[in-house]
Design a protein around this ligand. Structure first.
Ligand SMILES: [Mg+2]
Length: 469
């Protein structure tokens, strides 16, 4: 209640009355309470939110400094939460988060604080630590409790949790540093397998963290098809006509622009994400090959294959399926493999390449000259094309007597002896082009003639009026 009292006087100024006015402000108090709840607590789980967590954390740091104790910051992220949302719907995800919040609270002491940072991320402050064993015990308890099945209506759901732990003052002195480090440790825990906890270590540097972020972004990018193929034309040596093109992948990463393959293919290979990505590339390129081969006789589209993709058990089945599904004539495509593939497993690689060749698909050896190939296997492999590694071409600067020129000449001669077509890529200058023409290189690809282009631009520039100027 709000009470205001005013004095009332008579004509001579003597006090005669008081007037009291009282107002019921319950409603206003309730609104304030609700606003506070909204500002500092998470609506779904009623746990403290990030703002309140930060306040409490900073308060606990002061106490720890005064009492000379440590405190632990836990960063929790649920495993497989997304699949619950995706398969059962967001209502199930919400139920799950509420149940998980209760489970986390059941593991904590009164003095500990748990907050929901957003999504499926939770943080915990564990104050008053003497050693770090208390933190280890809690981490084990949390993992144990969280891996138990969760009942949501008629569904039994299994999730787990990955936990990263940062310790004050060992790993940092303020909220931002410690949360960042706990987050890094959490990603390291996830990378090791799920359902684990991990203390932050100084060795988990920013680069490792960025890498993990990239891996996760890549995983998402594959689900959401954030990729696009660009096409770089190949010309016959006299530049009379287009013989085909090479399909090159680009990642249109929201907020980061267009990312070239050298920034993500290695990670895709290490994480086996190259398999679904490679299938997408193969299918997309086949569809495009069909369009252009129908407009330009003899047009053949080159598609890069990762060794991992080619050696996968089901590669031939996948290939057949894609050819059938897209209605692609095997003559319209050429698969580019690298010397590294053959080095990995000669017998299996040879067998696969033969199976591919039996289907009428051309095979090119990419980046030729860098991989310590032996001539004895080169002649045994069912290869129709050698692509001179672009480092040889780019090293050539206008001196026909140089070593670089000799290398190029040797590879071209080798191709002629082995009855293979030789393609030079990475051609960027007029003198490089002239040298390759003088040695009788069969086909030319490079920025000097055309950069890789998106399909529609390629169509306009090289299919609709494909005249080399
Ligand atoms: Mg290539």
């Amino acid at each position: 209640m709000l009470l205001s009292i005013n004095a009332v006087t008579d004509k001579r100024g003597r006090l005669t009355h008081y007037v009291a006015i009282s107002t019921d402000i319950s409603h206003q108090k309730q609104t304030e309470q609700e606003l506070k709840q909204l500002a500092y607590y998470d609506v779904l789980t009623s746990l403290p939110n990030r703002s309140l967590f930060k306040d409490r954390f900073e308060h606990e740091i002061c106490l720890a400094q005064r009492n000379n104790t440590r405190l632990a910051l836990f960063f929790l992220d649920l495993d497989h939460f997304k699949s619950v949302n995706d398969t059962l719907g967001h209502w199930a995800g919400d139920c799950l988060l509420q149940i998980i919040a209760t489970r986390i609270q059941s593991c904590l002491r009164k003095t500990d604080t748990v907050a929901r940072m957003g999504g499926d991320e939770f943080t915990i402050i564990l104050p008053g630590l003497i050693g770090i064993t208390d933190a280890t015990e809690l981490a084990r308890n949390l993992i144990g409790v969280m891996t138990k099945p969760v009942q949501i209506k008629d569904y039994t759901v299994f999730v787990g949790v990955s936990i990263g732990i940062a310790i004050f003052p060992d790993d940092g002195n303020d909220f931002y540093t410690l949360t960042k480090h706990a987050d890094t440790a959490m990603y390291a825990a996830k990378a090791k397998g799920r359902g684990l906890f991990q203390y932050y270590e100084a060795g988990m540097n920013e680069a490792a963290h960025q890498r993990l972020l990239l891996e996760n972004a890549l995983r998402l990018a594959i689900e959401q098809e954030e990729f696009q193929l660009y096409y770089q034309p190949k010309f016959d040596s006299a530049l009379n006509r287009i013989t085909g093109a090479e399909a090159l992948i680009r990642w249109r990463r929201p907020g980061f622009g267009i990312i070239p393959p050298d920034r993500f293919i290695a990670i895709a290979e290490e994480t086996a994400l190259i398999i679904p990505l490679g299938q997408w590339i193969l299918k997309t390129a086949c569809l495009q090959a069909k369009v252009w081969a129908n407009q330009l006789t003899g047009f053949r589209l080159a598609i890069n294959l990762s060794p991992l993709q080619l050696l996968a058990d089901d590669f031939i089945a996948v290939l057949d399926c894609i050819l059938a599904e897209t209605g692609t004539n095997p003559e319209w495509i050429e698969l580019e493999v690298t010397e590294g593939l053959v080095m990995l497993d000669i017998e299996k690689a040879t067998e696969r390449l033969q199976q591919i060749r039996e289907r009428g698909i051309h095979i090119a050896m990419d980046d030729f000259g860098t991989g310590y190939s032996s001539l004895s296997y080169l002649q045994k492999l069912p290869i129709q094309t050698l692509k001179i590694d672009k480092s040889f071409v780019q090293a050539y600067i206008d001196d026909p007597a140089s070593n670089e020129a000799a290398f190029i000449k040797t590879i071209i001669s080798l191709g002629q002896v082995l009855n293979m077509k030789v393609v030079a890529e990475g051609v960027e200058t007029e003198s490089q082009l002239a040298l390759l023409q003088s040695y009788g290189c069969d086909e030319i690809q490079g920025y000097y003639l055309s950069p890789p282009l998106p399909a529609d631009e390629f169509q306009r520039r090289w299919i609709d009026h494909g005249v080399v100027e």
